[in-house]
Design a protein around this ligand. Sequence first.
Ligand code: ADP
Ligand code: 5GP
Length: 184
Amino acid sequence: MRNVLLIISGPSGVGKGTVVKKLLENGNFALSVSCTTRAPREGEVDGKSYFFITKQEFLKGIDEGGFLEYSNHFENYYGTPKKFVEDMLKSRDVILEIEVDGALQVKKSHPEAILLMIVPPDEAELRRRLEKRGSESADMVEKRIKRTEYELSKKHLYDYVVINDELKTCVSDVERIIKREKSR
Ligand code: ADP
Ligand code: 5GP
């Protein structure tokens, strides 16, 4: 069975982090930890949630070719460390949880990567989830909702689109896809 590079995208607040957490509890995946210039949220741990770095450090990483992909969105840089992903893929399935522009960059350099988009049951529920999470200012919630349309407009470029309505069903749908892709 092959090791898969699974890229999970979807609008902010749809539940990507929640689904990924379940996948990690149930399976033996390596999760890529991204670098970001955004400030940590309460409870986020440096090196685990993200590597929280300065803009200057991020730009240096770009110059040195250290990112598999990167993007500037929500007023910050986010990028995937190249070495970690390429090393891990030799022995494990690897998950990236990144937005659409970065996902499409990776698909170009790694055409075998599986692009999976998680979508909400509807926009009202997405807003409820973002507000319930309570991690962003009202202004940033609006910015995140606004980007949803752009993210969803790229869904035809994805290999799979999975609805996160009932969490359990969504997780088992994703697990079924991974199983099928591994045995290809
Ligand atoms: P993302 O990583 O996509 O930004 P999160 O995983 O942080 O989203 O989830 C956003 C909020 O929605 C969290 O409060 C989470 O507990 C909640 N959530 C996730 N999945 C579901 C679901 N299927 N039903 C209801 N709430 C959910
Ligand atoms: P958040 O600020 O909510 O943690 O993440 C905002 C968005 O950035 C999410 O859509 C998330 O998937 C995306 N993201 C996180 N890490 C990366 C990364 O390394 N590269 C790209 N392109 N997007 C990322």
